[in-house]
Ligand binder design. Structure first.
Ligand SMILES: [Fe+2]
Ligand SMILES: [Fe+2]
Length: 282
């Protein structure tokens, strides 16, 4: 990794030109080495922060091999759910208890928050006149990442399958695979974020490639594709979002079980309970 040394900043850090002039050659060389190491440490910390969270840190893009090498010694697996890991905005601490019969809105408020990305994505879908099924899919497409990140398209579709229109579930399941494949005609380019998360030159797993080819030919291809299009533009740190604009769409399409999510005896109830009670040791 190249480290740039700014001579003005370096001289200033030693007390200015006069102070440097009084230093022996060896002392100047030592000081320069110290300065370079500090700069390198900063650059490494910045790169590692980017590798950990996939955020858009400035600087050189990592290669896929560098991302893979970063697994060694990592404090956690990258596919672990957000609820199970501390973050800068959400350190591990006691969670507010869920109501007895929790609704989707309760999960948004108490377990998925701040949910900025999905709310922004759904707001964009609404603004651009997408169908209610697509708006709903955008709203829910990544929330399962509270539980698990790896293969979140499939996990997310499974979590919602008993309660959602089939097209919305289809869109959630397959948006994950479609994210790797540009579709200029529909306004979707390969995301820069993926260069940072997966590394430059990353080849999607063969099962992702096969899934993409199947979905590309499917009559509902556009449903998950529109989720990816709205996905791209939903990382604005300054946007203010809320679940309120989607209350009616949720009411029309989401089959809220009267016993509450997690307690309706459905095949996915345990997934909702795992999100409700992430501190249970077993
Ligand atoms: Fe996603
Ligand atoms: Fe997303």
């Amino acid at each position: 990794m190249p480290v740039d040394i700014d001579p003005t900043a370096f001289i200033a850090s030693l007390g200015g030109r006069a102070a440097v002039g009084c230093m022996s050659h060896e002392a100047r060389a030592d000081a320069l080495e110290d300065h370079a190491i500090r700069k390198l440490d900063e650059a490494v910390a910045q790169t590692q922060a980017g590798l950990n969270n996939g955020s858009a840190t400035p600087g050189r893009l990592p290669t896929a091999a560098e991302i893979e090498a970063h697994i060694d010694g990592s404090p956690n697996r990258r596919g672990v759910g957000n609820l199970f890991m501390p973050s800068a905005t959400r350190p591990i601490g006691r969670l507010e208890a869920m109501p007895k019969r929790p609704t989707l809105a309760d999960f948004f408020r108490l377990r998925f928050e701040p949910a900025n990305h999905v709310l922004q994505s759904a707001a964009r879908a609404m603004k651009t006149g997408m169908t209610e099924e697509v708006i709903l899919a955008c709203l829910l497409h990544d929330v399962v990442q509270a539980l698990i990140k790896v293969d979140h398209g499939w996990w997310g579709a499974q979590l919602f399958e008993p309660y959602l229109p089939e097209r919305s579930t289809f869109a959630i399941r397959y948006h994950q695979a479609l994210r790797f494949y540009p579709d200029e005609a529909n306004g979707y380019a390969y995301p820069d974020l993926y260069h940072r998360m997966f590394g430059v030159g990353y080849p999607p797993e063969p099962y992702i490639d096969e899934t993409y080819k199947m979905v590309r030919k499917h009559k509902w291809y556009i449903e998950p594709r529109l989720v990816t299009v709205n996905d791209l533009y939903a990382f604005d740190p300054t946007a203010t979002v809320s679940l309120d604009p989607f209350t009616d769409i949720i009411g029309r399409h989401f089959k809220q079980p009267k016993e509450g999510l997690g307690f309706d005896g459905s095949p996915v109830a345990h997934m909702w309970r795992s999100i409700a009670f992430p501190d249970h040791p077993l």
